[in-house]
Design a protein around this ligand. Structure first.
Ligand SMILES: C[S@@+](CC[C@H](N)C(=O)[O-])C[C@H]1O[C@@H](n2cnc3c(N)ncnc32)[C@H](O)[C@@H]1O
Length: 292
């Protein structure tokens, strides 16, 4: 497969109204609808928290290697929101984003990278399969929002993990997120109110024999209009323990699981700490860090 590198044009003039401005104004006025809402903006608002991710990556890397990482590779980068946040964090930081979906990458280039001005040149976007792209060794390879679950067989996931291992420097780490718990296997729709719209996570189907899971994202707006099946995912629900075993087989020296703590009311606290023992939460999100 040919690798297509996208040139990031450095704009000296900032467009008068960005997509984010337009969406935020509509949201604040309660006027977002299925017709005027931008899909990628809705997605980023609903499921991404790149400020947290950058801090988390820095903390874990520093603890292991004693210094801050500089070069981040974001596999399955989608709109490259994490790449943008990464290069904003420190002037030495650079990022590579890889995704095989051209229109999504292009949206990210226009909305998340070009607005960085001079710092835009610190980000390279490549349109290709993540298993096909090699290059400068990264301090961190990140595969967020369960994107690596698209590899449904051990052979496919091993191939990806081996590629990720090869793309890391001597002091490097792979960051994966994972979710689970009994509720992860139950067909159900979870709703969350966002600013100006509702986000609906639809666990549409689970096959207990293969571990295949089909999940959908829908959005609902104040006027009653809906964007149904705005995003759909065909994944395998990988477990933490099988994944850690496979990472070891693929050469990683050590894997650690970061488990979320609870606050005084027993609710998830948003603080993730390295742990060997999880609690029996009905639904959880955790991070796996695999060190080269
Ligand atoms: C769930 S989205 C994740 C977007 C973003 N990274 C995030 O954290 O929300 C999955 C992305 O992975 C891309 N993708 C899936 N399989 C891929 C592959 N084998 N190689 C490159 N990109 C892939 C899709 O095009 C999509 O943009």
């Amino acid at each position: 497969m040919a690798t297509r590198e996208m040139k990031v044009n450095i704009k000296t003039t900032v467009p008068s109204e960005t997509v984010a401005d337009r969406m935020e104004n509509l949201a604040a006025a309660g006027k977002l609808t299925a017709r005027n809402a931008d899909l990628h903006w809705l997605y980023e608002q609903s499921v991404q928290n790149v400020t947290f991710e950058v801090k988390f990556i820095d903390r874990v890397f520093q603890r292991e290697y004693g210094n801050k990482p500089t070069f981040l590779r974001e596999d399955f980068c989608g709109t490259a929101l994490l790449c943008g946040e990464w290069v904003k964090k420190r002037s030495a930081n650079t990022a590579l984003g890889v995704d095989f979906d051209g229109p999504t990458l292009e949206w990210g280039r226009i909305n998340n990278i070009e607005p960085l001005g001079r710092r835009a040149s610190a980000v390279t976007l490549v349109q290709d399969d993540v298993r096909q792209v090699t290059g400068q060794p990264a301090d961190v390879v990140a595969a967020m929002n369960f994107s690596w679950w698209g590899f449904k067989t051990r052979a496919e996931l091993s191939e990806y993990f081996r590629t990720a291992y090869g793309n890391l420097g001597q002091e490097g780490m792979l960051v994966l997120d994972c979710y689970g718990g009994p509720e992860a296997q139950v067909p159900q729709i979870e709703e969350r109110e966002q600013n100006g719209f509702d986000y609906l996570w639809d666990q549409d189907h689970f096959n207990p024999i293969t571990g295949d899971v089909r999940c959908l994202i829908h959005f609902r707006f104040p006027d009653g209009s809906k964007l149904k099946k705005a995003f759909s995912y065909d994944w395998r629900l990988w477990s933490l323990y099988d994944t850690c075993d496979l990472l070891a087989e693929c050469g990683f020296r050590k894997t650690e699981v970061f488990w979320e703590g609870t606050d005084k009311d027993g609710e998830p606290s948003g603080v993730f700490r390295q742990s060997r023992k999880g609690d029996l939460a009905p639904a959880w999100v955790a991070y796996i860090i695999a060190f080269r």
